[in-house]
Design a protein around this ligand. Structure first.
Ligand code: ADP
Length: 396
């Protein structure tokens, strides 16, 4: 069965057509700069890749253009758009309303709409993607998969902030977390790999290191703590976001240095992290410069790894033990150096990295711990699109 996975942003749509349950990716692509004269649509099928620049006025036209590629006589993969039976949508914020994947109804849409205040940059374009897909694929069933859903199992002691409790009760201010689809996918892969499926307990920490970075403590398949919070700003040092910071800095920036709320937001979410520390947010550049002796880059890598180590320590305690840590996403999957920096001097947890394995090219799932390491160290490529397709297919 053809499942189309859509990740709709304000001016872009990422798409993937996946056959389920075989999990075969039939085609992938990206529609970017929607609304501009030089919008671009990219289409990829196996090793074949093509792209076209044209004016795409809106999201609906974007999906119509995508269909032309999907149904193309030479390199298309479907004969008719109605061959797409399910459309799975990535929705960033499900708030407290959604703890699992759901089929989209009018009620679901109005709840996603009401959650726009919590994710003003993401939920509105996600919703737009849903509405447009309902028109374009009117015979398909539409499913919403929420980034926050997997993290809804966190206990109250983990998600509540120590501010007056009316803010939670009346305004829903609490930690929600993000990247849940990725954390779910890699932790289930880890459980399979470690053969914990039939065992009563597993204690895992998943470390998603991409442009955005987050960590989740997962006990028996359920998230019990997570490093991001009310928004995607908290926790680890990221490409352009600061992560954890004493709120006094914010008041100092505003009250003493005269920055506006918007300027502070921009500083912390767009100009900080590895970019603020080194001038680049591409870890490959930073690694190269660090190797060439750049002190700022070396320090930034160490700061980044040190923050991750502290979260590993905290989560090992929250889990009361640790079976495995999982590295995933662009940096987690590809940076042997970052994994090395994180796993150094972790004797307290009995965590030992096999240096040779760590440096080997990535196959599917890899265990890069030594034979005597008490904690497994896994590298697992994430696949959020496949997870969305799996969940959409499963609930229908
Ligand atoms: P996104 O959050 O946008 O999905 P990705 O998961 O693609 O991000 O991760 C992007 C990050 O991964 C960038 O910092 C990039 O430099 C880093 N990265 C990608 N390939 C490598 C590599 N071979 N070595 C080190 N870092 C890499």
């Amino acid at each position: 069965m053809n499942v189309l996975v859509i990740n709709s942003g304000s001016s872009s749509i990422k798409y993937q057509l996946i056959d389920m349950p075989s999990e075969t990716v039939k085609a992938t692509g990206l529609i970017e700069r929607i609304g501009a004269e030089n919008a671009k649509i990219t289409y990829k099928k196996d090793d074949f890749k093509t792209s076209k620049e044209l004016h795409i006025a809106n999201h609906e036209e974007g999906l119509t253009q995508m269909n032309r590629f999907l149904m193309h006589k030479e390199f298309g993969v479907i004969a008719d758009k109605d061959d797409i039976k399910i459309v799975g949508h990535r929705v960033v914020h499900g708030g407290q309303s959604f703890s699992k994947t759901v089929e989209i109804t009018e009620i679901v849409k109005s709840k996603i709409q009401s959650l726009c205040t919590l994710a003003p940059l993401h939920n509105p374009p996600n919703l737009k993607g849903i509405e447009v897909a309902e028109n374009v694929f009117s015979k398909a069933r539409q499913v919403a998969v929420f980034d926050t859903a997997f993290l809804q199992t966190m206990p109250q002691k983990a998600y509540q902030y120590a501010i007056p409790k009316s803010f939670l009760e009346k305004e829903d201010i609490r930690a929600y977390g993000f990247h849940g689809t990725s954390h779910k996918y890699v932790s289930e892969k880890a459980q399979e790999f470690l053969d914990y499926r039939n065992q009563s307990s597993s204690k895992l920490i998943s470390i998603h290191l991409g442009n955005g970075c987050s960590m989740t403590a997962i006990k028996d398949g359920k998230a019990i703590d997570h490093s991001m919070g009310f928004g995607p700003a908290n926790g680890l040092i990221m490409g352009i976001r600061a992560g954890d910071i004493d709120q006094s800095v914010i008041f100092y920036l505003m009250d003493k240095l005269g920055y506006s709320a918007k300027e502070v937001n921009d500083i912390l979410l767009k100009e900080s992290g590895m970019l603020g520390l080194t001038g680049s947010n591409d870890l490959r550049d930073i690694q190269q410069k660090a190797e060439a002796g750049n002190k700022d880059c070396r320090l930034a890598l160490e700061m980044n790894a040190y923050r991750i180590k502290k979260y590993i320590g905290a989560y090992a305690v929250a889990l009361n033990g640790l079976d495995a840590i999982i590295f995933t996403a662009g940096i987690g999957e590809n940076s042997a150096l970052m994994r090395d920096l994180v796993c150094r001097d972790m004797d307290v947890l009995g965590l030992q990295l096999d240096q040779n394995n760590n440096k080997m090219a990535l196959s599917e799932i890899r265990d890069i711990s030594t034979k005597t390491s008490k904690v497994k160290i896994l590298v697992i490529p994430t696949n959020e699109e496949l997870e969305i397709a799996k969940q959409a297919y499963k609930i229908l």
